[in-house]
Design a protein around this ligand. Structure first.
Ligand SMILES: NC(=O)c1ccc[n+]([C@@H]2O[C@H](COP(=O)([O-])OP(=O)(O)OC[C@H]3O[C@@H](n4cnc5c(N)ncnc54)[C@H](OP(=O)(O)O)[C@@H]3O)[C@@H](O)[C@H]2O)c1
Length: 230
């Protein structure tokens, strides 16, 4: 049985990814920065499959190697990592007035959190010669279309795509496939109630990339099942 860790698994798109991976027979580790919220979310998914909640705060960088070691002991390692945890702190903020602290906090979670999780979990995948990493990015990352929307969020997702490229290269030749995904605009706490997409639709391409067959794409950016330009 393959083990999948989903960061920010306690609500929104991450929760739906946990549900769908569990239904497909993966052992799911539902990562949550607040363990009570994580356990409540895992209970809500009871009956969907094997789901356990664990405390995973991606900005607590120093804790992540310990989390990886614990999962190696408990489950033989993490085979699928979905870097889903994210924050949107500056939707309406003009870039020239953006407090640097806001930009730092955004990058801590969206970029350094995902990078630190890759550093903790990808070496085990490389040793075992099997792994899938999905970095949940955004259309806001696209430099070709970038204007003034959510400056630190947008810049952080561009940087996350660069993390994808770097980690995919580092893991090449080991059957560890690392990709970015744009889930589209999804109805969650972050996306708001006017978003056109359900969480099921938002999770679709994440699931596809998390469950790629050997020889599948790596180092790419995907939306709606198709590779798209960065
Ligand atoms: N919704 C959209 O339209 C949309 C569009 C494009 C991309 N995305 C991306 O999709 C991902 C999920 O978004 P969503 O809409 O589901 O957002 P959401 O409903 O706001 O959920 C965000 C999740 O991330 C978790 N999180 C935040 N900081 C964390 C940390 N330091 N460590 C661990 N978990 C942390 C939250 O935990 P708490 O519950 O503890 O806060 C929550 O579980 C994000 O990366 C987002 O940028 C979303």
């Amino acid at each position: 049985m393959k083990t999948a860790l989903v960061t920010g698994g306690n609500r929104g798109i991450g929760l739906e990814v946990c549900r769908q991976l569990a239904r497909r027979g993966y052992r799911v580790v539902l990562g949550a920065r607040d363990v009570d919220r994580g356990e409540a979310a895992a209970r809500a998914l009871a009956g969907e499959g094997e789901i356990v909640a664990r405390r995973v705060d991606v900005t607590d960088f120093a804790s992540l190697p310990g989390v990886a070691a614990e999962m190696e002991r408990e489950f033989g390692g993490v085979d699928v990592l979905v870097n889903n945890a994210g924050v949107l702190l500056d939707e309406e903020m003009p870039v020239l007035e953006l407090p640097i602290e806001t930009a730092k906090a955004t990058f801590e979670t969206n970029v350094f959190g995902a990078l630190a999780a890759c550093q903790a979990f990808v070496p085990g995948m490389m040793r075992r010669r099997w792994g899938r990493v999905v970095n949940v990015s955004s259309g806001a990352s696209l430099l070709a279309y970038m204007q003034g929307y959510a400056p630190s969020y947008s810049m952080s997702k561009t940087a996350l795509n660069a993390v994808t490229r770097q980690v995919a290269h580092a893991a090449r030749g080991r059957n560890v496939l690392v990709n970015s995904v744009d889930p589209g605009w999804v109805r969650t706490d972050m996306g708001g109630s006017s978003a056109p997409r359900s969480v099921e639709k938002g999770a679709e391409t994440i699931i596809q990339l998390a469950t790629l067959d050997d020889g599948g794409p790596t180092g790419g950016f995907f939306k709606d099942g198709q590779q798209i330009p960065w």
